[in-house]
Write a protein that binds this ligand. Structure first.
Ligand code: ADP
Length: 160
């Protein structure tokens, strides 16, 4: 079984994430979308909201499940018998950052491979942090988030 963890904050999930997940689906038997919860970090949307949005978007996809976790991604992978970590590369800055983490993870656990997909060029400028920034200033993010959740993201009622 090829099980991959796609870790991130997904605060909120956007169409760049969705594209990555859809492209990765044929490569794996199961994709666990892991929402990492770091108690030191401040989020815009509560973790349960972020989780339910992702579950709704992929409700018809049997290969996908969404699980929240604390601690090291590598430990989360071991716990769920995942042998791959999936990450997206948008820029060379992403690459430098991801390279060190992937190599450290490799040193910690040889059996878990990090697999990178290059971002879709038409979506590579999208990041959750810019989406959050636009929301904080009451801008329109409809074109950057999946249609299913657009109204609720824009309503912003669920913000922490
Ligand atoms: P983090 O909290 O680690 O920044 P995110 O929730 O922003 O994570 O993203 C999770 C994963 O999705 C990361 O591997 C990131 O590179 C990837 N990703 C984010 N935005 C895009 C995009 N526009 N295109 C492709 N991959 C992306």
């Amino acid at each position: 079984m090829r099980v991959a963890v796609f870790p991130g904050s997904f605060d909120p999930i956007h169409i760049g994430h969705v594209d990555m997940i859809q492209r990765a689906l044929p490569l794996f038997d199961q994709i666990i979308i892991g929402i990492g919860v770091n108690s030191q970090k401040k989020y815009l949307f509560p973790v349960e909201t972020r989780k339910s949005w992702i579950e709704e978007i992929f409700s018809n996809e049997k290969k996908i499940c969404v699980i929240t976790y604390q601690g090291l991604t590598i430990d989360f992978c071991k716990q769920h018998h995942a042998n791959f970590i999936l990450r997206g590369l948008r820029t060379s800055a992403d690459f430098e950052f991801e390279r060190a983490i992937a190599q450290m993870n490799q040193a910690l656990h040889r059996d878990i491979e990090t697999v990178f997909l290059i971002a879709n060029p038409s979506l590579s400028m999208i990041s959750s942090s810019i989406v959050r920034d636009i929301l904080l200033h009451r801008g329109d993010v409809a074109q950057f988030v999946p249609e299913e959740i657009e109204d609720r993201v824009m309503l912003n009622e669920d913000r922490e």
